[in-house]
Write a protein that binds this ligand. Structure first.
Ligand code: NDP
Length: 460
């Protein structure tokens, strides 16, 4: 047990004691990082049966190594607004684990981004990427920059300044970013353009989520939302349920939300509510997703403008009240910790049957406990929203081949990946004594895949 803290080496620690000791180390080493510690514990708390069966993971210090990033980069981003004022933001890239392939994970531009949030997202990404079965490691990045209300030129200048520093750390075989909150096709275009200029090389595989006319994969934009619905459909099927005829709530109205709504509607559901950071809309007749698309993707307007086109819909200012609307299935697709105790209790009281996490860690620890204790089917983020990164890995393959698959081909592969992830989670949960528990199944299956490869690579 060489890897365990000296102070607990007086006797062979049990798997439980080992996990607790590493958890303490992680807490001591990362003070003031609540989101990262929350995400780490969420994984650690599933792993006891794995360590009981695999003492070699303890001997090789896998848990300690996996919870420390290979590299954490923070940098200054200086840029000028249209009025000539100088602004300084902080950029980040965490290169968490490259055991299975190049670091892979999105960039987030949001004023609430901190080192802790980047690390939580990067940590999750390791296991999510492993679950896809594709050769990609885990990373994440972004900046505390707020793109809202900025002109195209300001966005371009920010992206160019950000990439001027980031470019020295990434590459098609090193680290391959993509989008996340606040980073869509427009930002990726500017970032890729600046990378190309600095490197004097057209390395399409350095970025995913590119415009399909310019090296991007078809269905990448839709992949996370569609994938979440494909995963949840599998989970429902297992219980003899389906989207057909169900009432669904989808929080957010961004990339993940829009395509989750689209696919849920295609599967026969009525989506009755969605939101943005300023409130939610409720349309009992069913949200018109094309209106939301136009408002958000083209006009960049707020969600309450929906009422101008659909006057029978209602708007509520408190976005967390969305969880008080009765529904059969809830798909939180906005941001972390958007469902806490109150939201979870309201969902349970209204008879919700299933939750599918489209966003990363949208349910806090207490919410997960309340939902699962009340037998609500629960599809955890690292499995349910892995469709985006799966199609990103397919974009990398297409770029390497200098070839493009059709929408139908990509969508079929995505659907198959999501079915495989579901089956893997179910089988793993069963094997490790937690039948039907997709949280345990996802954490253990993702962890084991990386841990086994780390053993093969030796100490590093
Ligand atoms: P977008 O920026 O496209 O959309 C985010 C949406 O959520 C916006 O509508 C935003 O509103 C809204 N929002 C933010 N905070 C809140 C809140 N507290 N309550 C209600 N709505 C809110 O981001 P994405 O759709 O890309 O990402 C959403 C989530 O999915 C994130 O957790 C991300 O990490 C995760 N994810 C994304 C993937 C992808 O492929 N894009 C892949 C896997 C996970 P507003 O415009 O007002 O800010």
């Amino acid at each position: 047990m060489k890897a365990v803290n000296e102070s607990i080496q007086t006797k062979e620690p049990s798997a439980h004691e080992y996990i607790k000791a590493v958890h303490k180390k992680v807490r001591d080493r990362n003070p003031g990082e609540p989101e990262f510690l929350q995400a780490a514990w969420e994984v650690f708390s599933s792993l006891q049966p794995v360590f009981e069966q695999h003492p070699e993971y303890v001997e090789e210090g896998i848990l300690e190594r996996i919870s420390e990033p290979e590299r954490f980069i923070a940098f200054r981003v200086t840029w000028e607004d249209d009025a000539g004022n100088v602004h300084v933001n902080r950029g980040y890239r965490v290169q968490f684990n490259s055991t299975l392939g190049p670091f892979k994970g999105g960039l987030r531009f949001h004023p609430t981004l901190t080192g802790s949030v980047v690390k939580f997202l990067g940590f999750e990404q390791i296991f999510k990427n492993a679950l896809t079965g594709l050769p990609i490691g885990g990373g994440k990045g972004g900046a505390d920059f707020d793109p809202k209300g900025r002109s195209d030129r300001e966005i371009m200048r920010f992206c160019q300044s950000f990439m001027t520093e980031l470019s020295r750390h990434i590459g098609p075989d090193i680290d391959v970013p993509a989008g996340d909150i606040g980073v869509g096709k427009r930002e990726i275009g500017y970032l890729f353009g600046q990378y190309k200029r600095i490197r004097n090389a057209f390395e399409a595989g350095v970025f995913t989520g590119k415009n399909p006319d310019n090296g991007g994969s078809l269905i990448r934009k839709e992949a996370t939302g569609y994938g979440t619905v494909y995963f949840v459909e599998e989970m429902l099927k297992g219980e003899g349920l389906s989207f057909e005829g169900s009432r669904v709530i989808v929080s957010g109205s961004g990339n993940v939300s829009i395509y989750a709504m689209e696919k849920a509607i295609e599967f026969g559901a009525t989506v009755v509510a969605c939101s943005d950071s300023e409130g939610y809309i409720y349309d009992p007749e069913g949200i018109d997703v094309n209106t939301v698309k136009r408002l958000k993707e083209v006009e960049r307007k707020r969600i309450y403008h929906y009422l101008e086109h659909h006057p029978k819909a209602r708007f509520g200012k408190d976005k967390s009240d969305i969880w008080k609307i009765p529904c059969d299935i809830a798909l939180p697709c906005a941001t972390q910790n958007e469902i806490g105790r109150e939201g979870a209790e309201a969902l349970v009281d209204n008879g919700v049957k299933a939750i599918g996490e489209g966003a990363n860690m949208p349910c806090d620890e207490e919410a997960v406990r309340i939902l699962t204790n009340n037998h609500v089917l629960f599809a955890p983020a690292k499995a349910a929203n892995a469709g985006g990164v799966a199609v990103s890995a397919m974009e990398m393959s297409q770029n390497s081949m200098r070839y493009s698959w059709t929408s139908e081909e990509v969508d079929e592969k995505l659907h198959q990946v999501m079915k495989n992830i579901y089956r893997n989670c179910i089988e793993t949960a069963e094997k490790y004594g937690a039948p039907g528990n997709l949280i345990a199944g996802a954490n253990i299956a993702g962890f084991k895949k990386v841990a086994d490869a780390m053993l093969e690579h030796g100490l590093n």
